[in-house]
Design a protein around this ligand. Structure first.
Ligand SMILES: N[C@@H](CCC(=O)N[C@@H](CS)C(=O)NCC(=O)O)C(=O)O
Length: 291
């Protein structure tokens, strides 16, 4: 199928940009995250990671990807697994902590969340939030279906989240909330995709209590911090723009998960923004959350 190129640029089109033959790094590119974005990997400075007293050491921040892991750990503790006790250290990504040598050794991709499990010798590093959820679910035998077919459905949705959320966050959220100026083409493109994804969830949740069927699982824990929070206008101030109230079944599911005590606890860990009563920069014992 051939697609005709339109001669007339759409409204708000920054049409005077012609890419150079070879891209070069313009450090003045602007936008909220310009100061930490780099086209190269690796450490920028020497800094060891602190290690607390528990087997599980988490290095994170309460963004949706970080919240997945703290909710998972709090759920495991609520189920009675003392081995899931953890220290959660704050990684300030706006200050470039993710480029310290210790963090890069834990996650060469320099993104939160990163976890070290000191109950193994040598300690096991785990990075990528879905890998951390799977690691913990398998280690404790919880929040993951046991049957092959049911487990596969859980993984279907877990990996759906990992593939889809970058369009919501890096696409829609970036251009709607963070870019230095609004570009209609980009906002349209990613609002369309975000709404399509919400419709995928809404149709699925019309027929299923949870993402993987009847039981709450790591698929819900991965999806809720992104798409659940969108229902409560907690991401990008975009509820009205995306008309999130119209996704009735996503709202039902999001509210149910929000009300779980472990979710209420986990969402506060490593949070240094929003209402003060919701913030807990670091967590080293359960009582830190009881304050
Ligand atoms: N696919 C990764 C994404 C992690 C990610 O994008 N983390 C962001 C915060 S939500 C980050 O650390 N950004 C810092 C940076 O890009 O330098 C995961 O799910 O763990």
């Amino acid at each position: 199928m051939s697609v005709e190129k339109s001669e007339t640029p759409p409204p708000n089109y920054p049409g005077d940009y012609k890419p150079a033959k070879v891209w070069t790094w313009d450090q003045e590119s602007g936008g909220k995250w310009a100061s930490i974005n780099r086209p190269i990997a690796g450490a920028t400075h020497e800094k060891e990671l602190p290690v607390g007293k528990h087997p599980i050491q988490l290095y994170s921040l309460a963004t949706p990807n970080g919240v997945k892991v703290t909710v998972m750990l709090e759920e495991l503790l609520a189920l009675g697994h003392e081995g899931a006790e953890y220290d959660a250290y704050l990684i300030k990504i706006g200050d470039g902590d993710q480029f310290g040598s210790g963090f890069v050794a834990a996650n060469p991709n320099s993104k939160i969340p990163a976890m070290m499990d000191h109950s193994t010798s040598p300690p096991t590093r785990v990075f990528e939030s879905a890998s951390i959820l799977m690691y913990l679910a398998e280690k404790f035998g919880e929040l993951i279906p046991q049957g092959h077919k049911e487990r596969t459905e859980c993984f279907n949705w877990l990996f759906w989240q990992m593939g889809s959320a970058p369009y919501l966050g890096g696409g829609f959220g970036h251009f709607y909330a963070y870019a230095p100026f609004k570009i209609e083409y980009c906002i349209d493109r990613f609002a369309m995709e975000t709404k399509r994804q919400l419709d995928v969830l809404d149709r699925h949740l019309a027929e299923n209590k949870y993402m993987a069927g009847d039981a709450y699982s790591i698929a819900d824990i991965a999806i809720w911090p992104w798409y659940g929070n969108l229902m409560f206008n907690a991401l990008y101030d975009a509820s009205e723009f995306l008309d999130t109230g119209s996704y009735k079944h996503v709202n039902r599911w999001a509210e149910e998960i929000r009300d779980r005590p472990a979710v209420q606890r986990g969402r506060r860990v490593n949070r240094v923004f929003g209402p003060e009563e919701d913030q807990l920069a670091e967590r080293h014992q359960a009582s830190d959350l009881d304050r």
